[in-house]
Ligand binder design. Structure first.
Ligand SMILES: COc1ccc(-c2ccn(CCC(=O)N3C[C@@H](C)O[C@H](C)C3)n2)cc1OC1CCCC1
Ligand SMILES: [Mg+2]
Ligand SMILES: [Zn+2]
Length: 329
């Protein structure tokens, strides 16, 4: 039976069309994710009931908090970036539909109910979340718990037609991928990724063959981490909008730290040079090494991304030079 254009039979197609209309910007997360599920035929493959998918995605959107950066727009962005990365040359035929389902789902839920505060802040203020998760990937554990809690309602359980075993493996993959978005895991994740690619190069295969769960999930963990760190690889006008959102979120945390008599986190200091300095530092320390490694896996697909990343870094260096020269003379 053909799936209706809007996903569900509805007596009010116009209302639903407006709700789903990404242009209206009302529900960007639902619009993008529903479209990706359709394009990848996930709804049919896993017999997902369309009305349940819509209910689940609506719940995800509504549970987002009014934070400037870590909101539904960021999750829609990471979901769309994941969708693109999954099609990269060299890996597009590697992952099966179960892994793709888990990867898209992980991307769309990876920051759900984010409070707009960092893990260090939640830990040093002894927040309920830090107590609950013993200071270990506090936010990421929370996002996963909320995502699966929302699935428990029958009208939102999009995986109701998966077997118990399939559900268990999907859950394992989603937990592994969302936990991998914690910056604290970056160094180990990237080192393991580089070791894997080195070993594959030694084996002489010109295409990637991944047998073990650990190898396969390692690539998916780095993929979602790349998607989460993709702002700097986007055209400057898009990238600078993300920076502005993030700085507002960080400055609010800085205000909270000051009000609590705590040290203000370096990234949360309101100063004209903070933005450029930290972006340059972050690109040099984390973002470029990660994307360069990803670029070697999907060569030459990531060349444009690496060029844009270099241009964006130069833009920050130029604006920093302009700022510091104006303040010195
Ligand atoms: C547009 O700028 C950024 C966009 C995304 C990120 C970034 C790094 C790691 N993630 C993954 C989630 C994470 O771990 N955190 C914890 C902390 C690093 O703040 C991040 C925001 C979230 N996301 C960093 C960005 O800039 C750096 C942070 C302030 C100046 C330089
Ligand atoms: Mg996160
Ligand atoms: Zn994120």
């Amino acid at each position: 039976t053909p799936i209706p254009e809007l996903g569900v039979e509805t007596p009010q197609p116009e209302e639903l069309r407006v709700e789903l209309n990404p242009i209206s910007g009302e529900r960007p997360l639902t619009a993008i994710t529903y479209r990706i599920f359709q394009e990848r035929d996930l709804i049919r493959t896993f017999s997902i009931e369309p009305h349940k998918l819509l209910s689940y995605l609506f719940a995800l959107e509504d549970s987002y908090q009014q934070v400037p950066y870590h909101n539904k727009l960021h999750r829609a962005d990471v979901c769309q970036s994941m969708h693109v990365l999954l099609n990269s040359s060299g890996i597009k035929d590697v992952f099966n539909e179960f892994e793709i389902l888990a990867a898209i789902f992980a991307a769309v839920v990876h920051d759900v109910h984010h409070p707009g505060l960092t893990n260090p802040f939640l830990i040093k203020t002894k927040s309920d979340l830090a107590i609950l998760y013993n200071n270990e990937s506090v936010l990421e554990n929370h996002h996963i718990a909320v995502a699966f809690k929302l699935l428990q309602a029958d009208e939102r359980n999009i995986f109701s037609n998966l077997s118990a075993e399939q559900m268990e493996t999907l859950r394992r993959r989603v937990v592994d991928m969302v936990l991998a978005t914690d910056m604290a895991k970056h160094k180990t994740l990237l080192a393991d990724f580089q070791n894997l690619l080195e070993a594959k190069k030694m084996s002489g295969n010109d295409y990637l063959t991944l047998e073990s769960y650990d190898d396969r999930i390692l690539v998916l963990k780095n993929m979602i981490h790349c998607a989460d760190l993709s702002n700097m690889t986007k055209p400057l006008d898009t990238y600078s909008k993300w920076i502005d959102r993030l700085m507002v979120e960080f400055w609010k945390q800085g205000d909270a730290e000051r009000d609590l008599g705590l040290d203000i986190s370096p990234m949360c200091v309101r100063s004209p040079t903070t933005k450029d300095k930290h972006q340059i530092g972050f690109i040099n320390s984390f973002v470029h090494p990660l994307w360069e490694t990803w670029g070697s896996l999907v060569y030459p697909d990531a060349n444009t991304i690496l060029e844009t990343l270099a241009q964006n870094r130069e833009w920050h260096e130029a604006s920093l030079a302009a700022l510091t020269s104006s303040t010195t003379d």
